[in-house]
Design a protein around this ligand. Sequence first.
Ligand SMILES: [Zn+2]
Ligand SMILES: [Zn+2]
Length: 352
Amino acid sequence: MMPEFQEYSGCIHVHSIYSDGSGTIPEIIKAAQGARLDYLMISDHMTLRARDEGYTGWHDDLFVSVGYELNDQADQHHYLAFGLDQVLPPGYDHEQYIQAVKSRGALGIAAHPFEERDMSRSVVGFPPIPWGNLDYPEIEVIEIWNMMSHWLELTTGWNKYWNVVHPRSFSTFPSRRLLSWWDKANLERKVVGVGSVDVHAIKVKLLKIYTKAIFDYKIMFKSLRTHLLCDAELNKETSPSVTETAIFDIIRSGRTFVSNFRWGDATGFRFWAEDERQQLQMGEAGILAKPVIRAVLPKKGHCRLIRNGEVIQKGKTTTIEIPVEPGVYRLEVLQRKRGWIYSNHIKILEKK
Ligand SMILES: [Zn+2]
Ligand SMILES: [Zn+2]
């Protein structure tokens, strides 16, 4: 039977004028409502000012969580922290802040962990900011696809005009290098993947005129979304911290998937494993008697079923039902040869 969940789709990693973004918080909230997001996770660099000003909570049908983006003294190891009421004391290195975020029960997300850029062709003068090493057990969640860093990686002097005018259409896939690290890591421990927009809505000068803003907030909110599959509806009557906890718990659990809205609304996508008695959802591990992998898609797409990092089946379809061996599974769905949906992993264990 198809699992029943309350689905919420939203955007993670947003910058405002409180750091290096161009929009005010009310403008950003309005853009997110216009894009019909269910939730929004704002993360300015090194400040919780929007939280201090009381923006955490419901804004009509949009839930806003305010966290912040940490970096170390050398501006490396960018890390999103959500659920902290105060910024951490200054001077922490990344090993200290990933511990501190975890010990305070907050949600940490390693930002653009595999960012790369060919500096000889790049349109920007600053180098990429990857995480050299992600093998910290406290890192439970990573960005598997970051719209901004992906754009910076692919934009050169040759295509900048096209990429500025069509900021979503260049987007292809998450980094192969990252996905292969992610699949390998999940053989050993659970590492959840989310999508992020990392939107700043920077105004750029093009052909001597300032364009409105590349990565306009509303346009970016129609790109990479992270869908949460919750057991129950988020209750608007409870305090914001209760809703935040529910959202963070689902993200940590891995019952989420990433989609690029540019290629269609992925709401309704489901991916699970089952036998006659029980189901395993994304993010879960367990033993199944005669495991079957199943998926339902909101529209036809090119599916690639991945087991332990290798593609084992592919084809264009709207439903999947495949008997499988134990292993760690995830599903990718392409649309017009572009990445559309990326599930989290399901781990089917060997019988003892
Ligand atoms: Zn960053
Ligand atoms: Zn950022």
